[in-house]
Design a protein around this ligand. Structure first.
Ligand code: CTP
Ligand code: ZN
Length: 158
């Protein structure tokens, strides 16, 4: 580390979401429900130089684990992200986010005419055709959802 660098603090216990696709840190924060008014330490780093990719984003959350549904949502936007579980300053578990083959009820179909958007008791369901670039196919109407459709639903800037 040279004099021009300042390393972001390590966390004691919690979760580090690393290698987030550049530009998506705030989307990830939003998925985790981070408002900026919580009492715990939260670190958001944007456009950090990365060996693997040119730049990456990082989100560190003290004192909390992620729910499987949150990990799946992150995987939709940042397919190369790694989830690091930290205990007593050590990385005790590291896993790359992964999408299941079938996604149930995490996102809605963008086709307004889809039966999953009607009053029928039908839950949205998609087949993951590709993770990067994202391609999801609706089980009911075959509509193809892309990352921009998902971002719109998470109510974030495309
Ligand atoms: N980290 C942290 N607090 C700790 C330990 C690790 O914030 N107590 C962060 C590191 O800064 C890094 C991530 O968690 O962003 C993963 O840590 P580590 O596995 O030590 O880093 P790398 O070997 O660079 O990870 P990778 O191989 O996944 O690139
Ligand atoms: Zn549909």
């Amino acid at each position: 580390m040279s004099e021009t660098e300042l390393r972001v603090s390590k966390i004691k216990d919690g979760t580090v979401i690393d290698h987030i696709t550049g530009g998506h840190a705030l989307d990830v924060a939003k998925i985790l429900g981070i408002t900026g008014r919580e009492k715990r330490v939260i670190t958001i780093a944007i456009n950090v130089p990365s060996k693997l990719f040119k730049v990456k984003d990082i989100v560190k959350v003290e004192g909390r684990a992620l729910k499987p549904q949150e990990v799946h949502k992150i995987a939709l936007l940042a397919p190369h992200a790694t989830i690091n579980i930290i205990r007593d300053y050590k990385v005790i578990e590291k896993q790359r986010v992964k999408l299941p083959k079938v996604i149930d009820n995490i996102i809605k179909c963008a086709n307004p005419a889809c039966i999953s958007n009607s009053n029928e008791p039908v839950l949205a369901k998609f087949y993951v055709e590709d993770e990067d670039p994202l391609l999801l196919k609706c089980h009911y109407c075959n509509y193809i959802m892309e990352k921009a459709d998902v971002l719109q639903q998470f109510n974030v800037i495309v």
